[in-house]
Design a protein around this ligand. Structure first.
Ligand code: SAM
Length: 261
């Protein structure tokens, strides 16, 4: 019996209906698959049944990686490493479908890093990822919603996002304290061109530093009191950060880059 490690966010998915639902959401026959954090292989087993071409898994826990090696000696490419250190852009010869019941302590970091590092030709065809519900709500939030913020703006920049379902703690062992949500992401064909995604992160950080205050202060901080961008984008400085659409943040970043890069 494996003792779950809290430090690695180990809450294993045991609900067969949910496991079935995850692998049935998209056709993966003959596809290249990447699974993040396979753990004891619960989801991996279901992925195998769908006859993909190849399965890569990234598992940080040495013991679990070793057990997976024993369980699947020939047909699983096991990368025993920290997903945050792996260069996902150069792993595959074709676009992958990515599954992950993510370790919750680093789930936003994983997603943000993937988006920031994305090259123009996406390395994945789709992502099916489990998050803590509260995080999923922030990812899918749109403007004028209290969950709207930096993560929503970054995630919706390059990705179409659909919520598949919410999942109760009973579906996992050990049971987490919070609900979870399963999200489905696909690349956007057209997205706003930004030279350096770090600038989008910088701008949203300054704007959402104080989400209750009006945008006058962050705007002036970024544009040194120059009101031309304000006029061009027809912005009202009495608005609050959560009242600006995704698109407005992409345009603000573009204008910032034109002036500074
Ligand atoms: N997929 C399994 C399941 O659904 O039963 C396990 C999911 S569990 C929520 C998260 C998994 O991610 C664990 O196996 C954990 O060891 C692994 N993990 C945690 N941090 C990681 C990291 N930085 N890189 C790769 N794997 C990690």
């Amino acid at each position: 019996m494996i003792k779950a490690k809290k430090s690695l966010g180990q809450n294993f998915l045991i609900d067969e209906k949910i496991l079935e639902k995850i692998v049935n959401f998209i056709d993966i026959k003959n596809k290249t698959i990447l699974e993040i954090g396979p753990g004891t292989g619960n989801l991996t087993n279901y992925i195998f049944k769908k006859k993909p071409k190849k399965i890569f898994v990234i598992e940080k826990d040495d013991l679990l990686a070793e057990k997976l090696r024993e369980k699947y000696p020939n047909n699983l490419q096991i990368i025993n490493d920290d997903v945050l250190k792996v260069n996902e852009n150069s792993l595959f010869d074709e676009k992958a479908i990515v599954f992950g019941n993510l370790p919750y302590n680093i789930s936003t970091e994983i997603l943000s890093r993937w988006i920031v590092n994305l090259k123009d030709n996406f390395w994945f065809e789709a992502l099916i990822l489990m998050f803590q519900k509260e995080v999923a709500d922030r990812i899918i939030a749109n403007y004028n919603n209290s969950n709207y913020g930096r993560l929503s703006i970054l995630a919706n920049w390059k990705l179409n996002i659909i919520k598949i379902s919410d999942i109760k703690p009973n579906s996992f062992r050990p049971k987490p304290k919070v609900d979870s949500s399963l999200l489905f992401f696909t690349p956007k064909e057209n997205f706003y061109k930004i030279k350096n995604p770090k600038n989008l992160e910088k701008i949203t950080k300054i704007f959402f530093n104080n989400r209750r205050k009006m945008i006058k202060k962050p705007y002036n901080q970024i544009f040194n009191g120059d009101l031309r961008v304000l006029e061009k984008l027809k912005l009202n400085l009495n608005l609050r950060p959560q009242n600006l659409t995704y698109e407005t943040y992409y345009k603000l970043t573009d204008e910032y880059e034109k002036l500074n890069c």
